[in-house]
Design a protein around this ligand. Structure first.
Ligand SMILES: Cc1ncc(COP(=O)(O)O)c(C=O)c1O
Ligand SMILES: N[C@H](C=O)CCC(=O)O
Length: 424
């Protein structure tokens, strides 16, 4: 069983040979490898290569792969069955943990993916306000529901389809897309659409377009503007939730959104999503209210058990301090090597997330992100992969560090990345 054979078989039966486009390596060249096992910071490929993994299953593996505490929690839950189709005790504990750690979330509903979470949050904002339009930001990715696949980031951007085919023009008309970090554009959009904007959704640190930080005061401005207009402010923290702090970016930036979407880490590596926020808004959801949302496997006991274990491992904040040190180490190694080589680059990093833009321009929105030299990124990516470091296979995806990277692993990874930079 080797990756090239598996890929040939997969391509005959699965579009592009993959179940999520960014995995196909189209923008970095070469064929994807298949993974047969993952432990700690390492992937073992079908070809028996060991790779230091900075994708971390796109964020969820904050404790590394196959963490014993999470594995044991899943095993214990498994003893009692895989799905009940009724309320179960785990989902109550999960709701208690989320509402404790993320104070803006007074009530929460579990679902099965980040896409479901954002799609449902948008519907809820519309149902709550009785308005149709929403605002999103160019380069932000919120999963693949119709209203949100417009000027989207992640694989949609990487593969050149930020506006997906198949989204009816009439749907797209209800989505206003603005540049991130542009206060004037926001003000103008609200002035042009009085009493029409149901919600504003954003990744508060956009990380499906690399990694962008909001300008000083920008999130506060957005909070005030949305409050003034009776518009629901939705922080999509599917990626940043529990990754940068237990309370996510909203805790770091001290902003209280009306609704928050979560996913990834709260499933401990199993499929999950959640959305929650103000009780008066959440109470518009069925069966309390008229906004319908449901799921056969929502609150799944295995996913809840895994997620609860993952969240409890983060309880004392010690992990975040360690992760931030690892992030700073990588940032300094990569940025230092690029500067020494004379390559113009930006290496934004926050906590355990970072990315590398090959551009001399400070990146603060999609337009500036797209000044990155994607070909140079592809060479860097391939060089790292050849030497045993797996970065996300796209110039626009953020890298993730886990607690399992600590020690010799991170030192080795930094050495490999800096050596590769010398060859660029
Ligand atoms: C910020 C953000 N929102 C939503 C999603 C969608 O989540 P999922 O892939 O679980 O549907 C993702 C990732 O894919 C994401 O990064
Ligand atoms: N950037 C995406 C989510 O965060 C990557 C996951 C995917 O699309 O497969």
């Amino acid at each position: 069983m080797i990756s090239s054979d598996l890929f040939e078989r997969a391509k005959k039966l699965i579009p592009g040979g993959v179940n999520s486009p960014v995995r196909a390596f189209r923008s970095v060249g070469g064929a994807p490898f298949f993974v047969k096992a993952a432990h700690g910071a390492t992937l073992t490929t079908a070809d028996d290569r060991e790779l230091i993994d900075f994708v971390c299953t796109w964020g969820p593996a904050i404790h590394g792969h196959n963490h014993p505490v999470i594995r044991d929690a899943i095993a214990a839950a498994l003893n009692n069955g895989t799905s009940f189709g009724t309320p179960n005790p785990y989902e109550v504990e999960m709701a208690e943990l989320i509402t404790t750690y993320v104070p803006s979330i007074e009530k929460v509903r579990m679902c099965n993916s980040g896409t479901e979470a954002t799609m449902s949050a948008i519907r809820l904002a519309r149902g709550f306000t009785g308005r149709d339009k929403i605002i999103k930001f160019a380069g932000c990715y919120h999963g693949h529901s119709d209203s949100l696949l417009i000027k989207a980031g992640s694989g949609a951007l990487t593969h050149g389809h930020p506006d997906s085919a198949g989204v009816p023009a009439s749907f797209a008309q209800e989505t206003i897309v603005l540049p991130f970090n542009d206060r004037d554009a926001l003000t103008a959009a609200f002035s042009a659409n009085p009493d029409a904007i149901a919600g504003v959704i954003l990744e508060p640190y956009p990380a499906n377009v690399g990694l962008i930080r909001p300008d000083e005061g920008y999130l506060r401005f957005l909070r005030e503007l949305t409050a003034q207009h009776g518009t629901v402010l939705i922080f999509d923290e599917v990626m940043t939730g529990f990754r940068l702090a237990k309370g996510g970016v909203q805790e770091i930036e001290a902003i209280t959104p009306d609704l928050t979407t979560l996913g990834k880490i709260i499933g401990g590596g199993l499929p999950v999503g959640a959305f929650g926020g103000r009780a008066d808004i959440m109470d518009r959801l069925a069966p309390e209210g008229p906004v319908y949302q449901a799921g056969t496997l929502s609150g799944n006991p295995l996913a809840m058990a895994a997620g609860i274990a993952a969240l409890k491992l983060l309880a004392d904040d010690e992990a975040y301090a360690r992760l931030a040190r690892l992030g700073a180490q990588v940032q300094s190694a990569v940025a230092g090597a690029l500067a020494a080589k004379g390559i113009a680059a930006q290496v934004p990093q926050t906590g355990s997330m970072w990315c590398t833009y090959f551009t001399d321009q400070p990146v603060r929105d999609l337009t500036t992100a797209q000044t990155t030299d994607a070909e140079l990124f592809a060479r860097y990516f391939r060089g790292c992969l050849d030497q045993g470091v797996y970065l996300p296979p796209s110039a626009y995806e953020a890298c993730f560090i886990s607690t399992a990277h600590e020690g010799a692993v991170i030192d080795k990874a930094c050495e490999i990345m800096t050596d590769v930079i010398k060859t660029l």
